[in-house]
Design a protein around this ligand. Structure first.
Ligand SMILES: [Zn+2]
Length: 148
């Protein structure tokens, strides 16, 4: 289990998971993702937020069967293999920085951030105020920009 210097399990999984597993829930998040978050946090020198339960944001890390995003897919008989259900992806925001600058820093430093393999199209996520990264297999080198 990868321990994080900056993030609590509570911030990286949905509340139902935390309720059952407590801080051990961080074991459901891929080691590469925890390492990436700590490295980016260190590089930026300012807080990075994933889940923010106090304002009702709870599905930016691990999503499970009883979280609304997943439940809606099941209800509509839709396939859902998001990195979020595999513990291999997170959405995050950096409140004190221009998110476009954060995005550019990541995409322009693929070697430093080699523990992630994909980043979601910034034209989709930046207007919504977050960045999605994951470590899904791409068969490509570097960080691949994908459309949702
Ligand atoms: Zn995402």
């Amino acid at each position: 289990m990868q321990k994080s210097k900056y993030f609590k399990g509570k911030e990286l999984v949905s509340p139902e998971v935390y309720k059952v597993y407590g801080e051990d829930a961080i074991k459901f998040i891929a080691k590469d993702i925890v390492i990436f978050l700590d490295l980016l946090r260190e590089d930026l020198g300012v807080p990075i937020l994933v889940n923010r339960p106090s304002v009702g944001i709870t599905q930016r890390g691990l999503r499970i069967t009883i979280d609304s995003i997943v439940k809606d897919k099941v209800k509509n008989n839709r396939l859902y293999l998001s990195a979020h259900v595999l513990g291999r992806g997170v959405d995050f925001e950096v409140p004190s920085m221009d998110m476009k600058k954060v995005y550019e820093r990541i995409i322009n430093n693929p070697r430093r951030y080699s523990m992630i393999t994909r980043i979601e199209d910034p034209n989709v996520t930046l207007p919504k105020g977050y960045i999605h990264v994951d470590n899904m297999e791409t068969g490509k080198n570097g960080i691949y920009i994908f459309k949702p």
